[in-house]
Design a protein around this ligand. Structure first.
Ligand code: ASP
Length: 325
């Protein structure tokens, strides 16, 4: 029997959030609900048998409109939010900040209120200012999904990372996950820490002391300044990009030195667990945080993460808009 829109079911009764602003504050049950819905949407995307039409679409949100409001560059997040909305049958509008009336002096909130007056249902926002998504949610009626606010949070990135880990290991609790690199400026790191800790993983932050402060330990994570020392006790390495665009001062003398000390290469990989998983939020800088052979090798799930990104964003849109059919 095929499963289609009529027997998809409603948003789980225990989900009652209109916005996805961050992972901080979500319960383990809420995170798990999103992951479970994302698995179902992934099956539609992958044309797994059992789904009607077999066209990678399930128009649960037909007639609704989503605006992509990106004030920072994006490849994966913007494209996959657009695709996710379209797979759910939504109309999608891409807002171009640089050619808008913002450059004529209109305030951010006025711009968004004008967009909302056009009767949009959801706004996906990325901005360099921490708190932008929260500000929007407090000022407009539409559902707000945070696609990255400065170095603060990137909730859908963490959810897709966690989904990828869960697919590989079947669990999160008890795993040791190392976030390696520019913790100080990474919104991916923050969202991952909240999500992984809430689901019971052990989290190690690893990088140079200029990018990983001991203050992070107050969040219940451990800190290591040596990648070599933790290689054999980690299940998942999440290799974070050096966020040059957010750094005010250079945090290390040279990128060559950084990759020598913190880059994941074949030599280091050979000293990890045999079933180690390598993930990275992208964009990856080949040769800096990870060498090409490792990025493209059998332990890497970097492209699975991208597939999961569409599924997670479908789940987040559907659950926040909370349209029960
Ligand atoms: N794409 C992720 C972000 O927007 C990670 C990165 O840019 O390094 O935060």
């Amino acid at each position: 029997m095929s499963v289609g829109i009529s027997d998809w079911g409603g948003v789980p009764a225990s989900w009652n959030r209109r916005h996805l602003l961050g992972i901080e504050g979500l319960s383990a049950d809420e995170i798990t609900l999103i992951l479970e819905q994302a698995e179902r949407f992934r099956a539609v995307l992958m044309r797994d048998k059992g789904y009607e039409n077999n066209d990678r679409k399930i128009p649960l949100l037909a007639g609704k409109t989503c605006v992509n409001l990106f004030f920072e560059n994006s490849t994966r997040t913007k494209t996959s939010f657009s695709l996710a909305a379209r797979r759910l049958g939504m109309d999608v509008v891409d807002f171009s900040a640089s050619t808008s009336s913002l450059s004529k002096g209109e305030t951010f909130i006025d711009t968004v209120k004008n967009l909302e007056a056009m009767q949009v249902d959801a706004i996906v926002v990325r901005h360099s200012c921490p708190g932008t998504a929260m500000l929007l949610a407090e000022n407009i009626r539409a559902n707000v999904l945070n696609a990255g606010d400065g170095a603060h949070e990137h909730p859908t990135q963490a959810l897709l990372d966690i989904l990828t880990i869960r697919q590989r290991f079947g669990r999160i609790a008890g795993l040791t996950v190392a976030l390696v690199g520019d913790i100080a400026h990474s919104r991916t790191a923050r969202s991952n820490i909240w999500g992984l800790k809430t689901l019971g993983a052990n989290v190690i932050l690893c990088g140079p002391s200029t990018l990983v402060s001991r203050h992070w330990e107050s969040l219940g994570v451990s800190v290591s300044y040596s990648l070599d020392k933790i290689l054999d006790r980690v299940d998942v390495f999440n290799l974070l990009r050096i966020q040059f665009e957010r750094q005010v001062i250079r945090p290390f003398p040279s990128t060559r030195e950084y990759s020598h000390l913190y880059g994941m290469d074949a030599g280091r990989l050979s000293r990890t667990k045999s079933d180690v998983l390598i993930i990275a939020p992208g964009p990856i800088n080949r040769g800096l945080e990870v060498t090409p052979d490792v990025a493209d090798g059998q332990h890497s799930a970097i492209l699975d993460q991208v597939t999961n990104g569409v599924a997670v964003r479908m789940a987040a849109l559907w659950m926040c808009i909370n349209e029960k059919k």
